[in-house]
Design a binder for this molecule. Structure first.
Ligand code: HEC
Length: 427
């Protein structure tokens, strides 16, 4: 059946006045019967014409709104553009994002892609300006979002875009939410101060002696503006001497000490570029201690985490705390400190992010003959997805002292910021 009548008037010209379809009649075998008469057919045709028309117009409305938005700001010949963020926003962005930042209705914009609600601080505080400038300059596609979000890079300068974004930041009125700029790249060992919604898979691989791979699956959930809870499920494999023949080894799987932790942001300031959190982790003695996968007792680790933005895309992160052991025969109390410095590089203007980092790790047992250990861990993190919500970090942890008892280990993690989208979205 061809619905060609939307081009020509459906005037019931011969041959199209009745549409006949084959149906199986319950008893009488196959017979052609007329099931549609002319008025009904006319109605169907009209409906189809209207439907196609609406589809085409809808598509054009979205496209033309995009073009219009860019054109409005591109034509500054004679008519100077407004200089304020608000004026620029009203010119270029308001048609889609709405006067109040909640987004215009689909019927107004002509496309179905949901518009973000910039008054929702949980969404609007997470990204730094650098990410929003990228989306605004290069369009939604550049960060794996919808192409309904146009690219304004040719029409607006970075400075103008930043002014617009500064205005848009005011749509979120709750100042409790730390700004996304303070969300510094995650090091391999130092805990971040910024609360996250993430799933992280970490692995550390021994490079000497019997092989051992220790993994952790870490689930982090942000609660409200300033809190985060976390569950760490450690497991791994190691090569051990077989019981009947100590010369031979075999691989065995183990689980480690399950850890639960929570933290809360106690200070944050975008002007100072600083964020401070306090938190505590409880490690439960669920691990196979004999195989080096557990402490054999409960340990509570209170800590402070601090992140500092430095000039030229450098940053500093610090975590310091203690481990309080419930059984000192199994594990000593200790203090630890972890310091990370690094710098963020972008491929091109807004592309993939490369973050080389260096961690200095120290811990000291609080016993009369306690050891103090020092390690360094050079590493780099790279964003894998265009949306930058899936990241990989690879590094090595090199002991600086007590090297007979401690080996160099390779450290890796794969991180998925699930608030920003599905694992397979945004590539
Ligand atoms: C033609 C409609 C349209 C116009 C005009 C428009 N946007 Fe958008 N914008 C969108 C859509 C649609 C999305 C959501 C994309 C998605 O979630 O896939 C979006 C998303 C965004 C985001 C959120 C990205 C994120 O991290 O989730 C920012 C920031 C943004 N727009 C900024 C701007 C600015 C600034 C302007 C004006 C200079 C502007 N937009 C003009 C349609 C538009």
């Amino acid at each position: 059946m061809r619905f060609s009548c939307w081009r020509k008037p459906c005037d019931g010209s011969p041959g199209r006045s009745k549409i006949r379809v084959n149906v199986h009649r319950p008893l009488g075998g196959r017979e052609k019967i007329p099931i549609l008469n002319k008025p009904i057919m006319l109605l169907v045709c009209r409906w189809i014409v209207i439907w196609i028309y609406a589809l085409v117009l809808g598509g054009m409305a979205g496209g033309s709104l995009q073009a219009a938005a860019i054109e409005t700001v591109a034509q500054d010949n004679g008519q100077a553009l407004p200089s304020t963020g608000k004026g620029l926003y009203q010119n270029a962005c308001m048609a889609c994002h709405g006067r109040d930042g909640t987004g215009s209705r689909p019927s107004r914009v002509g496309f179905k892609t949901p518009l973000p609600d910039f008054t929702d601080c949980s969404f609007a505080s997470r990204e730094g300006n650098v990410d929003w400038v990228a989306v605004t300059a290069e369009g939604g596609l550049a960060r794996g979002f919808s192409d309904e979000m146009p690219a304004f890079g040719d029409a607006l300068t970075d400075a103008q875009i930043t002014r617009i974004l500064d205005y848009m930041r005011r749509f979120c009125r709750d100042k409790d939410w730390p700004r996304g700029e303070l969300n510094l790249p995650r090091p391999l060992f130092t805990s971040k101060a910024f609360p996250e919604d993430e799933l992280v898979f970490t692995s550390s691989i021994k490079t000497a002696g019997n092989d051992k791979i220790a993994n952790s699956l870490i689930f982090e959930k942000r609660i409200g503006a300033r809190n985060q809870v976390e569950i760490v499920f450690p497991f791994g494999w190691g090569q051990y001497p077989t019981s009947d023949d100590p010369e031979n080894t075999e691989w065995k799987s183990s689980i480690g000490d399950l850890a639960l932790s929570g933290k809360r942001v106690v200070y944050d300031s975008l002007d100072a570029g600083a964020i401070v959190s306090v938190g505590a982790e409880v490690l439960l003695p669920t691990g196979d201690e004999d195989r080096g996968f557990g402490n054999g007792t409960t340990i509570v680790e209170p800590y402070v985490a601090y992140g500092q933005i430095l000039p030229e895309s450098f940053f500093l992160q610090f975590q310091g705390g203690g481990g309080i052991s419930f059984d000192r025969d199994q594990a000593e109390n200790e203090v630890f400190w972890k310091l990370t410095t690094g710098r963020t590089f972008h491929e091109g203007h807004f592309g993939r992010r490369w973050v080389p980092m260096m961690e200095v790790l120290g811990s000291s047992e609080l016993a009369s003959n306690g050891n103090t250990h020092w390690d360094v861990a050079p590493q780099f993190q790279v964003t894998l997805s265009r949306r930058q919500h899936v990241r990989l970090n690879i590094g090595v942890r090199i002991p600086l002292n007590d090297r007979d008892a401690r080996d160099t280990e390779i450290g890796v993690y794969l991180l998925w910021d699930w608030f920003d989208g599905g694992l397979f979205e945004g590539w």
